[in-house]
Every structure is written in C-alpha cells, then in structure tokens.
Design a binder for this molecule. Structure first.
Ligand SMILES: Nc1nc2c(c(=O)[nH]1)N[C@H]1C(S)=C(S)[C@@H](COP(=O)(O)OP(=O)(O)OC[C@H]3O[C@@H](n4cnc5c(=O)[nH]c(N)nc54)[C@H](O)[C@@H]3O)O[C@H]1N2
Ligand SMILES: Nc1nc2c(c(=O)[nH]1)N[C@H]1C(S)=C(S)[C@@H](COP(=O)(O)OP(=O)(O)OC[C@H]3O[C@@H](n4cnc5c(=O)[nH]c(N)nc54)[C@H](O)[C@@H]3O)O[C@H]1N2
Ligand code: SF4
Ligand SMILES: [Mo]
Length: 876
C-alpha cells in the first residue's frame, strides 16, 4: 500500500473483497487485495485484479440525455419530476415504478426506497435481487422469522464438511472458493461435496460430485433429513426447545422418493453417511437453488436439515446463502424488495408501517406489497405502469422473457434509466438517461454475504456531469417537491439515518441493528473499517453468529421447519427438447458493461456459447464450433457449440453475459419463461425447454479491427482487445463485394486493401493497412474459421502482410485461448510446458509460467488441463 492508495471494496460479487486502489497517473488504477480486509485478506480474483482496466471514461455517459440529445441536469430533473408527478396525480401512486439493483450502494438504495414507499406512497419498487436472492429471503423468513444469514466466512474454514449446492463458487465467488481450498490444503480431512447437474470448475475441489437431475434438490435434502433421523443425529432436545414443525417435516421427508435425483444408491449412502458423521457442516447455496419455480422450498429443505441436527449458530455449522451482487445484502437491509420495508420491517404489519412513517415523518406510507419484478414488467407492458425508472440494472437483457420486457419498456409512456453508459440495451430504450457515477467515483457502503459492511470510496472525481445515484434520487425527489426528507449533506448523513432507523427496528424485534453506528461523524464514516452487523447501540459485543442461543425472530422465538415436497418434473425429455441451464463464466460480470472493457477478461471466452454433451452433438449433427439455433416459443438465439461432457445428455448450458451490444441474437434470457416461485416471486432462470438446430450459414468469418466494428450479420459477437476489437461472424447471405462489406464492417475508411481469394473453397482473406499499419483483417470460410485468434489480434497495428497467412510463422507458438487472465497465459503455452518441462503439479505450472500464481481463479482449469495432458502423455 502506498500513501496514495485508497481502501475500497470490489464492486462485483457478494464476497465483498477489500481492494487497495492506486491511480496510475494515466487515468487507470493499479489494484491489490487489501491484506487487512476480513473477506479476502489480500486475495483478489481475475475480475477484481482487472478493475484497473475498467475505469476509463471512454464510452461513458457524461451528461443527461433526453431522447438522443444531451441536456442540462435542470432540464432532465424537471422533466422526470414532472412526468412522475403528473402520472401519479392522474393515475395514482401505483401507476409508477422503480426497478433498482443490488449494485447500488446502501445509501443510494435507502433514499430510493424512502422516496417510493414514504413519499410516493406505493411499494412498486423492486430490484434485480428478485432474480437473485428472493427465494433465500422467503426461506429465511419462513424458518427464522426474519431474513438472517446466521454464519460467517470463518465457518467455511472451520467446517469439516462443506456442501456446495447450486453454486459454482470457483467462478462466481472465487475468493471464498480459494479460502475453502486453502483450509482444505492445511486440513485434508475436510470434505467438500458439490451438488450440481453440471461438472463445473468448482468440482475440482470436491471429494464428491453429485450430478443430480436438475430441480431435484428438495428430494435430496429431504432424504438427508430422513437419514439424519434414521441414523440418530437429529437433536431431539434442541427440537423440543427451539423448533416447530419438526414431526410434520420429518413425515414429509420420509415420504419423499429420492430416486428422482438420478443418483445411485451408493452415491446417496456415501453422501448421507458423510453428513450423518460430520457435525461441523456448512451448506453453501446459490442460484441453482434460488432460481427455481420452487426456490423457497429448496432453501427450506436445506435449512430443515441444519435445524433438525442443530447444526446452526455454532462454529463451522449452518446453512449459508452466498449473495450474488456486491450489495445484495444491503438492498435487503434497506427494504429494496416490493414486499419489505426498510430495516427488515414488515409491510403487512400496521405497527411497523406506523413506526416507519413516524420515524421518516412522511406524508404517506405504502400499505401493501408492490409488484415483483416479473409482474412489474408485465404491468409496464399492459400500460398499468405508465412511468418507470430503472437504476443500475439492465432488465432488457437479464429479465426472463427478455424480448417481451424490451417491448414493454419501449412502449411505456415514460422511462428513465440511470446508468454509467447510454449504450446498454435498456438505456437505448429510455426517454431519459441520467449519467451515474460508477465504482471508483462513488462513496458509500455495501454489505457482503456474511453481513460485513465495508466502505466503497472514491478514487476519481465524477466524470463530466455524472452524479452519484443518491444525489440523483434526492434531486428528483426535491423536484417533485419532497424536499424535507431528502436534504442530505452526503452519504454519511444518509447512513446515520439508516443506522438510527435500524435501532427502532431492533426494538420491534428485528435482527438487523446497526444503531451503534448512528452517531458516526463524517470523519469517522470516512475512515470506517469493515464491521459485521449487528452493531447494537448498547455497545454490547454480540456473538458474531446468529442463533447461538437457540432463539429466533418468530413470535414464539422458535425456528420453523417447513414441510416441503419435491414437485413433479418431466422425467424424460423427448427429443428434440433440451433443458436449458443458464449461468455465469469466470471472467465476465452479467451484461459485461464493465468487465467487457478489459481486454484480458475478454480472452477467457470471447463469444456466447452452448455447452452440449458429445452424444447429443453427434445425434444432432453438430460439430465443435458449429453455430446452433436454440429456440422455444419465447424466442430464438444463436450460440457457438461447445461440445463437452461437463453437461449431461439432454441438458445444455449457456452463459448469460452477451447482449444486443456485444452480440447479434444471443440474449439467452429471451428463452427463459416468466415462470416464478409462487412463494418468493423469483423467476426460474435455470430450466427453459428448448429445441436445437444447426444454424446453416453460407459463410463464417473472423475479423479484427482497430475501430469498433458495426455488424449486422445473422450471427456476430464482438470483444475488445488490447489494440482494437475482434469479431466472430456468420451469415446466410453472401455480400456482392467482400471488400465493400469488409470496409463498412471494420470501418477501415481509405485504408489499402490486400486480399486472397480461394473461390473453390469459399475462402476470403483481407487485410487493410493505413500506411504501414494493419487496421483491420477479415477471414471468411464455408465452415467455422479455424485460425489463431491471438495471432490475428496481436497483428493489429503491425506492418506487413503476414496476417493473411492466418497463423504465426513456425518459430512462434500460438498461445491459444487465455486460461490465466492475470498473466495472460494461453492453453497452448501451458500444454507445451507440461510436456516439455514434465510438469506434474499446478504449483509447478505456477512457478514455471506464473499462471495461477496471482488471483488463483484459473487453478481449477490448470488442474483439469494438467490431468488431461498427463493422461494423454501416459497413453502415448
Ligand atoms: N464471474 C462472475 N461471478 C459472479 C457473477 C457474474 O456475473 N460473473 N454474478 C454474481 C451474482 S449476481 C450471482 S447471483 C452469483 C451466482 O453464482 P452461482 O449461483 O454460483 O452461479 P450460476 O452460474 O448462476 O449457477 C450456479 C450453478 O447452479 C447449477 N444448477 C442449475 N440448476 C440446478 C439445480 O436444479 N440444482 C442444483 N443443485 N444446481 C443447479 C448450475 O449448473 C450452475 O453451475 O454469482 C456472482 N458472481
Ligand atoms: N437467464 C438468466 N438470467 C439471469 C440470471 C441467470 O442466472 N440466468 N441471473 C439473474 C441475477 S442473479 C442477476 S443479479 C441479474 C443481473 O442482471 P443486471 O443487473 O441486469 O446486470 P448488470 O450487467 O449487472 O447491470 C448493471 C447495470 O448497471 C450499470 N451500473 C454499474 N454501476 C452503476 C452505478 O453505480 N450506478 C448506476 N446507476 N448504474 C451502474 C451497469 O453499466 C449495467 O448497465 O441477472 C439475472 N438474470
Ligand atoms: S471474489 Fe473477485 S469479484 Fe468477488 S469481490 Fe472478490 S475480487 Fe471481487
Ligand atoms: Mo445475482
């Protein structure tokens, strides 16, 4: 850490790693993990390590925009306030809505919620956390009486058994994964079980991988519960003192048919024996659990097992929901969901509503639940919502049935979007776009998965006329003539009000209490170090885990076991139907508006893809790298086939990251039905049914260009490189003039064109030079273009016609697709080193090539490459 370093927090996943950020003097940043931060103790993953590459102001929205035109803040604020005011006056408070985000800071989120629920008087404020954490919130509330995460990260290290279910922790919470891996390395008796229909990178650490049939978690955990009883590890004393619903739940569990999981008897008994014999067990769960049409039941099936065995509220024990977004937890604290009030207060409870209204001293208070995300966009579509404000989220891409959501947004009377960019798929549909500051510019707090509140601090000033989200919300409120409640001097002021309110909520019997921080001065707020809630005002040092006293937040202070049944699901899919699972890749964050700016993060996977089992691929006539049309009644997308036995037959997997900005026809949420869990309202994003057909293109292409390309072909996907852009292409029509086509596509202007045509094979190669320098190149073939992507990207800006060869001269090794994003080490380099230097461990690869020695995110892939290479070498 240098004297210029700022202690801040990573803006990506809910691990909430501390970051030391130091401006490099050229508009960028160098970042290191903060060794003192209790979430990461100095570690960072590939995304955190690349933060410095994402802070440029290139492409940022720097002034408000009305229609396509820049506007002053006064014009924009007056228009937004006027439209909301007149809509409410004519059609009532429920005719407007806010759709917000778990990536807002707590202070931003708090004022947005206050404006909607306390001043507008509607609860039509929902958040993208509905797509993410709602099932957990509902499950926690049913079991504990409030939305409490009992444990801490330390429990992951103290446990003797860590069960990871519906969580690809290695890619989605890499630093937590590394903490578990480090604990297991020092204490090899610790066991890890992964429950996931796919063999993910997380399985690399697993002693046992249970590739269950998707959607059968309830059956598996009910089985675990009945086995706990049968084998005598339920805690009857605890049950009689601290639980309700014990016998009904047990009865239901005994009636469950575990065969639907598709697991063998041996797998089932190995797993239940491990569970039965290991007192210190933690079950980590994420979107494979939450994003389901019975997500809350899945959550309660897990919690039931921990309650029945009293494995909760103790070191190394507990159900552990890991939060996705950096402030998913903070959003739950401020009541960002349409069915909650601030500080975990209940909207259905008149006493809670009255207390909140009197604390806020507001003209009104929302009296009933508002619309949850899927219903909210449905109401936008059918005209019931007439004015919508979207903040810090990209629903045009991330909502289920996204085509319909885009239609609804574009047909809505008035839509405002607050974002850092005016080019996102959602912002492009808005009437007004408001320029928000982003990470590195904002100040405030976030709460991570284990309830630790950390500061995000600004390193740079706001670019152009961008404003902080809390400021924009308060400005709009004041323009709506609600000045009194929004006269905050800064985020510290908002934080104090929120903390004071939490004291009131605690008095009403709620878990969330940070009233001990209600008096922090601006200076103390500025220097605040990470702190885990609760922080009571009485100064009593609380136990860092909840429920160690066996007391819960229900009326009778007992936890509730909820009997849950395994829903029926289609056992056998008839071809050509496949079950589509969607999720994340290691190096991209959601709709890529920020991670897509980093050339090295774009190297891991450069285009949208579909994982398909080799047998299915053969049956459908797909070869590796073919393009596949994936369709159902909701939509149709085109994805690159990635043939792999990581997925099971009948199941396919696609990442969620590509948008209309980065690809043509590849928004996978277009295929996701708007089916929600009736308890939580969370959409089921993991089980669309789709059919597959080969996309028969007349030609396939690959291009590199210095300028950002503009593609209109049936399939395209672009990614930023260090010196320009790369583009994958395919089309059914062949252009009349390849040169004309390439010039428009690659924006080569007057550059000089050199080309090679092999008409019999349908091959075209073109290079465009400005003076000596290569400014663009296009490679076309009748089948997917086979050439070194790395080589072509590196040729940009170089002289000579060597690029037309399509591969490096023999002396250079093509490094291949990047595996280690920190040191930019490609797959071919790694394989060559394994063979040439006879490397036998991941440590040796790290020592030889540096790969995997920084953030460690690629270590599972290095291990997989190593074992495959060693297997092949042994067979030779
Ligand atoms: N690199 C990266 N990291 C991220 C994010 C990102 O965009 N990129 N986003 C963050 C956010 S907001 C979130 S919510 C988290 C999500 O983190 P995760 O939940 O870990 O990620 P996903 O890839 O959505 O899904 C997890 C796994 O659930 C499995 N699954 C699907 N169906 C089932 C099922 O029926 N049962 C079980 N047991 N498993 C199933 C999938 O195969 C998948 O491997 O990641 C956070 N971290
Ligand atoms: N099919 C399918 N769909 C899914 C999922 C899935 O697994 N499968 N996962 C769901 C989950 S768990 C989640 S969390 C969502 C995520 O989906 P989204 O929230 O829609 O995705 P992001 O790309 O994170 O969108 C954040 C937006 O906010 C902008 N932004 C960044 N920082 C700031 C800021 O400080 N202020 C403002 N105003 N704007 C900012 C970014 O530029 C970006 O446009 O996707 C959900 N959708
Ligand atoms: S694990 Fe990675 S993405 Fe998540 S907070 Fe830490 S550095 Fe950021
Ligand atoms: Mo999420």
């Amino acid at each position: 850490m240098t004297s210029q370093s700022t202690c801040t927090t990573c803006p990506y996943c809910g691990t909430g790693c501390g970051v030391l950020a130091t401006p490099d003097g050229a508009g960028g940043l160098t970042v290191e993990g903060d060794p003192k931060h209790p979430a990461n103790f100095g570690r960072l993953c590939s995304k955190g390590s690349a933060l410095g590459e994402t802070v440029s102001t290139e492409g940022r929205l720097l002034a408000p925009q009305i229609g396509d035109q820049p506007a002053s803040w006064e014009e924009a604020l007056t228009l937004v306030a006027e439209k909301f005011r007149t809509t409410i006056a004519e059609h009532g408070p429920d005719s407007v809505a806010f759709y917000v985000s778990g990536q807002l800071l707590t202070e931003d989120y708090y004022v947005a919620n206050k404006l909607m629920k306390g001043y507008i008087g509607s609860a039509n404020i929902d958040t993208n956390s509905r797509l993410c954490m709602a099932s957990t919130v509902a499950g926690h509330k049913r079991a504990f009486g409030t939305d409490t995460v009992p444990g801490t990260y330390e429990d992951l290290e103290l446990a003797d058994l860590v069960i990871l279910t519906g969580s690809n922790l290695a890619w989605c919470h890499p630093v937590l994964y590394q903490r578990i891996a480090a604990a297991k390395a020092t204490r090899p008796s610790m066991k890890v079980v992964v429950i996931d229909p796919r063999r993910t990178a997380t399985c690399d650490l697993a002693d046992m991988h249970l590739a269950i049939q998707p959607g059968t978690d309830v059956a598996l955990f009910n089985h675990l519960l009945s086995q706990s009883h049968a084998k005598g590890v339920v805690d009857l004393a605890f049950a009689s003192q601290s639980l309700t619903g014990f016998s009904e739940t047990l009865d239901t569990a005994y009636k469950t048919d575990v065969a639907v999981t598709g697991l063998s008897q041996e797998q089932l008994s190995d797993f239940s024996n491990l569970w039965v014999n290991t007192e210190k067990s933690v079950t980590v769960f994420s979107q494979g659990v939450n994003q389901s049409d019975h997500g809350a039941d899945k959550v309660n099936a897990i919690i039931n097992c921990h309650l029945a065995t009293a494995r909760i509220g103790k070191p190394g024990c507990g159900p552990f929901s890991v939060t996705g977004q950096p402030n998913a937890m903070g959003g739950r604290e401020v009541g960002g969901l349409a069915n909650t009030l601030a500080c975990h207060l209940d909207i259905e409870n008149p006493a809670h509503r009255a207390s909140l209204q009197s604390f806020w001293n507001t003209p009104t208070i929302a009296e009933r639940q508002g619309l949850k995300a899927v219903d909210l966009f449905e109401a936008v579509g059918n005209g019931k919502i007439k004015a919508l404000w979207v903040m810090c989220t990209n629903p045009a891409v991330s909502m289920p049935n996204a085509t319909k959501v885009r239609e609804a947004i574009s047909n809505c009377n008035f839509v405002v979007v607050s974002d850092m960019f005016a080019t996102t798929d959602t912002a492009r549909l808005a009437d007004v776009v408001l320029p928000a500051t982003g990470w590195g510019e904002k100040d405030g707090t976030v709460t991570n998965s284990d309830r630790t509140i950390s500061r995000q601090r600004s390193v740079f000033p706001a670019p152009g006329n961008a404003r902080h989200d809390w400021q924009i919300i308060c400005d709009v409120a004041k323009h709506m003539r609600f000045s009194k409640g929004f006269d905050f001097s800064g985020p510290a002021d908002i934080f104090r009000e929120h903390a004071a309110l939490s004291g009131l909520a605690a008095k009403l019997g709620k878990d969330f209490d940070i009233s001990g921080l209600a008096q922090v001065s601006d200076v103390e707020y500025q220097s605040m170090t990470p702190v885990r809630w609760p922080v009571h005002s009485q100064g009593k040092v609380p136990n860092k885990r909840f429920f160690s006293d066996g007391k819960y937040f229900t009326a009778d202070r007992r936890a509730k076991m909820v009997p849950v049944t395994q829903p029926h699901f289609p056992q056998e899919l008839k071809p050509p139907l496949f079950r589509l699972n969607t999720g994340r890749i290691r190096d991209q964050w959601h709709t890529m508006s920020r991670t897509g700016q980093s050339p090295r993060l774009n190297q891991h996977y450069g285009e949208p893809f579909l994982e398909i089992h080799p047998t299915d691929a053969i049956q459908h006539g797909f070869l590796e790298a073919d393009l596949v049309k994936v369709s159902n009644s909701f939509g149709s997308v085109i994805l690159r086939a990635l043939v792999t036995d990581r997925v099971r037959q009948g199941q396919v997997f696609a990442p969620i990251h590509w948008t209309g900005e980065t690809a043509g026809n590849s928004v996978v949420s277009d295929l996701v039905p708007p089916v929600v869990d009736p308890v939580s309202g969370q959409p089921d994003s993991k089980s669309a049914y789709v059919s597959l057909s080969k996309f028969n293109a007349a030609w396939y292409g690959y291009a590199v260009a210095v300028q950002q390309p503009h593609a209109t072909t049936n399939y395209w996907a672009k990614a930023k490189l260090a010196d320009g852009w790369q583009l994958e292409l395919a089309n059914v029509n062949t252009p009349e003039s390849w040169e004309g086509f390439a010039r428009t596509l690659l924006r080569t202007g007057e550059a000089q064109c050199s080309s090679l045509f092999d008409t019999s094979k349908g091959r075209v190669r073109m290079a465009f030079h400005c003076g000596e320098q290569l400014v663009g190149a296009l490679f076309v073939d009748r089948s997917p273009v086979q050439m070194s992507r790395t080589f072509a990207g590196k040729a940009l800006g170089q002289s000579g016609l060597g690029v037309l060869a399509g591969r490096p001269s023999t002396v250079q090794l093509d490094p291949g697709a990047t595996v280690c994003a920190c040191f930019n080490v490609g797959v071919n380099t790694i394989l060559a080193a394994i063979e040439d230097k006879n490397l036998v461990s991941v440590e040796q690869i790290s020592t030889t090539l540096s790969a995997g020695s920084n953030c460690g995110s690629c270590r599972p892939e290095l291990a997989a490459l190593l074992s495959e290479a060693r297997r092949q070498l042994a067979a030779e």
